[in-house]
Every structure is written in C-alpha cells, then in structure tokens.
Design a protein around this ligand. Structure first.
Ligand SMILES: Cc1ncc(COP(=O)(O)O)c(C=O)c1O
Length: 361
C-alpha cells in the first residue's frame, strides 16, 4: 500500500472555530447574538476602511502586490524600522506557520508556554519539530522555566504577551534577563504581540525596540484586533532583515489579498479609530472587571481585550449565556478548564452579559 498522507496528521483534527456566526445568527436572530468568544473589535472597522475596501473591490480581478509594499513602508515608517524588516501575512496565523517552516528541521525543538495560543503547537508539529511545553505559573508566563527548557536543539521560544487566554504580560525586566541568559547565539525569540494595543501597564516591553540589540527577536502583530480587520486576515512580522528574508522564501507569492492590503493601509491612516478602539476597550475592561469582581468573580488582571473568568461550571454557564444570545469561549477548549474567556464588548454587550450572569445566579 502506498502511504500517501503524513502520519503526523493523525494527531490533528481540523480546527473547530465553533458554529459559523451566520448559523448562530439564524438560530437566535441577528440582533440577539453578540459574539464575545473571538476577541474581535467591538466597534468594527473604521468607516474609512470600509470606503477603501469599496474602492479596491473594482480591482478584484488584478493580483495583489505580492510584497505588500505600500503597507510595509507605512508600517516601517510608524515603527521606525526599514520595510525590509517587515513581512505581511494572511493574519499573524500564517506567519507562525512560516516561522516553523523556515526554521525547523525534524526533531528541532520550540519552547512554548502551556497553555497558550494553540497554533504554535500545530505549526511546530506540522513542520516536524517538537514542542517543549513550559507550564504557566498560575496565569503568568514563567520565564525562568522557559530558560531552563532551552537546549542545544531549541530553534525558537514563542512567547505570547499579552497572553491568550490568560491576558497577562511578560514584563520588561524578566524578558531582558531571559535575553541576556540566552547569550549571543540564542534561538529565535518570537514575541506574539497580537494584543499589544490594549496594554496600559508601563512595564510592558516594546518588542520592536529590542530588535537592534537582539536580532533573533521576531515580533508578531495583527490588524485583526485593534483595527477590526479579523475577517480580512492581515498580520505582520517585524524582525531582522535576515529573519524576514527567510520568511519571504517560504511564503506564497500573493499571500495577502488586495482588499486586506488596502484596508490595513486605510486603518493605519485612521489613527482616531485606533485610539477610540483602545479607549473603549480599556474603559469597558475596567467596567466589566469592576462589575464581575463586585459579583464575586475572579480573573487575572487583563492587559488584553478579554477576561479569563473563573466559573464553577463553565460549560453550563456558557450554554446559559448562549441561550441569552451571548457567545463566550469555554476555557476548557483553550487550556483553562473551569474558566470562560470573555471578550470585552461595548457597554450594551457588557451590560447584557452581566444581566445574563445575574439571571443565571
Ligand atoms: C495570541 C494570538 N496570536 C495571533 C492571533 C492570530 O491573529 P490573526 O487574526 O492576525 O491571524 C490571535 C488571534 O486570536 C491570537 O490570539
């Protein structure tokens, strides 16, 4: 018998993102459903983004710029790096896969806090690598433990800060200590900063600022959260020219579509919308946190656009919330049984959530 499919695939099941939004809306009625399970932007995209998409739509028959040149230049100018230090991906998700494909030989190791964002593990395994999980200390990434797990075969460490799903950050001091301990021939240090725009803790290190001294750092960011473009799939990696060159060798020629590039550029130009999103999320995070705490709920202080709330019977409470039209993420699916991961909504959504929790007793 010819063995066609790679045996490693037996370890995976297709990603289950839950029922499509459209199916849930059809069941519950569109105005009743609020999705608080995917850490999306409660304001939606900027009107200027919608206009840019409309304009670009008439050019849908033309292949996009395979190098996302205008977007990389705009990002580079904002971040103070050259366009050669940026690669744009079909969401940050794609870039995680590209890093694994570009760096890993069979048997190479990647240190990943556990639990954390699941695609890290899938990408490493698919590329033939091995994951060395580093258990969280409660809700915090334990950088001492991470360092102890780095060995001769370690090609990368992937840190998620703010962490999904714990919503905590890696702090400047411990991160610099980790970088120092890894020496002058360190593995790649991937900093997944998908939620960086929602951080207000002054002890949060800016990954991009580390690059001149630490060329093996790679920063991942996304337009999905702060810019509300999750449906268009635009993320980017910032790293040394060498890192970006290697990622470019393994990406598809037209990996970011025309509408996504136009939308992301327009999003960057609408600083007011980005600032409003941040303001709303921070205000509502404080409001929801206060109200949940007043009701006796506990959760780690969040630096992201979601809260990881401890609940006695998460599946039951989640099901009851869904009947009230509120979709949240069961922590069991993201490594935290006994918790619900709840995205920060607008005030109306948050009040509905609190009301539904109150009704559930
Ligand atoms: C920690 C983390 N990294 C990356 C991503 C993926 O971002 P994108 O939508 O750009 O693929 C997410 C999405 O939820 C995330 O939570």
């Amino acid at each position: 018998m010819r063995r066609i499919w790679r045996p490693i695939l037996d370890q995976f099941t297709p990603y289950d993102a839950g029922k499509p939004l459209e199916a849930l809306e059809a069941e519950l009625g569109p105005s009743r459903l609020v999705r608080l399970s995917a850490n999306e932007n409660p304001l939606g995209p900027s009107p200027r983004v919608v206009e840019a998409i409309r304009r670009e739509a008439t050019r849908a028959h033309l292949y996009p710029d395979g190098g996302s040149t205008a977007l990389r230049e705009a990002l580079g100018a904002r971040l103070g790096v050259s366009a050669e230090q940026i690669v744009v991906g079909n969401g940050a998700d794609e870039l995680i896969g590209l890093l694994a494909t570009a760096a890993l030989e069979p048997g190479d190791e990647v240190v990943v806090p556990a639990p954390s964002f699941e695609p890290y593990t899938t990408s490493v395994l698919l590329a033939g690598g091995r994951v060395r999980p580093s258990p969280l200390a409660g809700y915090e990434t334990d950088l001492d433990d991470v360092r102890r797990r780095v060995g001769a075969r370690t090609k990368a460490v992937i840190l998620c800060s703010p962490h999904n799903p714990a919503a905590t950050i890696v702090r400047r001091g411990p991160l610099l200590a980790l970088l120092a301990a890894l020496g002058d021939d360190p593995p790649l240090l991937v900093l997944d900063e998908a939620y960086c725009d929602f951080v207000d803790d002054p002890d949060y290190p800016d990954g991009v600022a580390l690059l001149p001294r630490h060329p093996r750092v790679v920063v991942l960011r996304t337009f999905s959260k702060i810019a509300g473009l999750a449906g268009l799939r635009v993320g980017y990696a910032v790293g040394s020219p060498e890192t970006i060159d290697r990622l470019n060798r393994v990406r598809e020629p037209y990996n970011v579509n025309r509408l996504g590039q136009a939308a992301a550029l327009a999003a960057l130009e609408d600083g007011e919308h980005l600032a409003r999103t941040r303001r709303v999320v921070l205000e509502e995070r404080a409001f929801l946190g206060r109200e949940l705490a007043r009701r006796g709920h506990t959760f780690p202080p969040s630096q992201a656009n979601f809260l990881l709330v401890r609940v006695a019977s998460a599946a039951e409470v989640g099901a009851r919330l869904l009947r009230a039209g509120l979709l949240v993420r069961d922590g069991a699916a993201v490594g935290f049984p006994g918790h619900l991961r709840i995205s920060i909504g607008d005030r109306a959504a948050n009040e509905r959530l609190l009301g539904a929790l109150d009704a559930a007793g």
